[in-house]
Design a protein. Structure first.
Length: 115
């Protein structure tokens, strides 16, 4: 199975193979539908294959995460999805696996390059 190229904002922790902010599911689906990412299956099938196999945990947006996303130390870019992903990582003390250099360069969250 081929994973999408480009941004893959997956949040790692010790309790599961990976955790993912629910807003990241929207980013994957959107990039698949626009053709920015090419998957070897439909987006529905890709989610069915990837999420359960990896003991994944989808983390919902909470009021605490929403507030944190609006109070991130600046400067950080204004993409609301990336702000929610970073806020989720900060709240849950997670490391973000991404190819987004804006997140790599942000000193207020741990991140690993996925490229």
């Amino acid at each position: 199975m081929q994973t999408p190229t480009g941004q893959r904002p997956i949040l790692h922790n010790q309790q599961s193979a990976f955790s993912i902010a629910d807003i990241a599911l929207l980013k994957v689906a959107r990039k698949s539908e626009t053709g920015d990412w090419i998957l070897e299956a439909t987006i529905e099938r890709w989610f069915e294959m990837v999420l359960p196999l990896r003991r994944s945990c989808v983390l919902p947006i909470t009021t605490q995460i929403a507030i944190e996303s609006s109070r991130l130390p600046e400067p950080f870019h204004k993409d609301p999805a990336d702000r929610l992903i970073v806020a989720t990582a900060r709240i849950y003390d997670l490391t973000i696996l991404t190819s987004d250099h804006k997140i790599w360069d942000y000193p207020h969250v741990r991140s690993l390059a996925s490229r």
